[in-house]
Design a binder for this molecule. Structure first.
Ligand code: SF4
Length: 219
């Protein structure tokens, strides 16, 4: 059934786990995964979220969140910002005392997302084959509570990211995350590059892929 109201979202799954990435890593977090994404990153690990899902009203989502005793919620996907009405739900949750995160693929303008929401903006490096879809203006909108994430497949991706970081002066205005494509680029290699170049970024592993089977869903 398609979304028919501005108070509804197409949702793939809602679950509680520990946050596997970002500066909130390790904290219990409720994940709201929306359905659908216009990108097709070659290394995408959530292809299952391109389709399927059910329509939830905002109040149904609010009720679902109450199943867990936590006030940290992340909207992820798929691509949550492809359903722009989500901004209204985010504001409702912020007003209700939630710390709200959104992980976005970086191709949608984040300007409509409420200020209190922590935006985790992926920038698609060449190895994703989605580099041309980046909405670079987002790099002028991120602030101190936001995060810009680079998922690296190889040295070319790293050099591309570093150039962008320096061009937009990102170290001074936001938080930076470096990840590797799981099983493709050795983590110690990226750490070595970072330290050699003096990049002020956080290196992160996708912790959930070490706690559970890397292909396990809803964790
Ligand atoms: S933006 Fe995210 S969900 Fe969309 S294709 Fe890329 S990795 Fe997959």
């Amino acid at each position: 059934m398609p979304v028919q109201s501005l108070q509804e979202l197409l949702i793939h799954e809602i679950y509680c786990s520990v946050q596997g990435e970002s500066s909130f890593v390790g904290l219990p977090c409720i994940f709201v995964r929306t359905t659908g994404c216009r990108l097709r990153c070659v290394w995408c690990d959530t292809k299952h979220a391109y389709h399927e899902g059910s329509v939830f009203s905002f109040s149904q989502i609010q009720e679902a969140l109450k199943k867990w005793p936590y006030k940290l919620v992340e909207f992820t996907g798929g691509e949550p910002l492809e359903q722009p009405q989500i901004a209204d739900l985010m504001q409702v949750l912020v007003d209700d005392g939630y710390t709200v995160l959104v992980e976005t693929g970086g191709h949608v303008d984040i300007g409509f997302v409420p200020e209190a929401v922590h935006k985790i903006v992926d920038m698609k490096a060449p190895g994703s084959k989605m580099q041309k879809k980046n909405h670079y203006q987002n790099l002028n909108l991120v602030g101190r509570q936001d995060e810009v994430k680079f998922v690296l497949a190889d040295r070319q991706d790293y050099e591309w990211s570093l150039k962008l970081i320096r061009e937009y002066n990102l170290e001074a205005k936001t938080n930076l995350l470096f990840s590797t494509v799981f099983g493709v680029l050795p983590p110690d290699q990226v750490v070595e590059w970072m330290l050699k170049d003096g990049v002020n970024a956080r290196f992160q592993l996708q912790m959930h892929k070490y706690i559970w089977d890397p292909d396990k869903r809803a964790v």
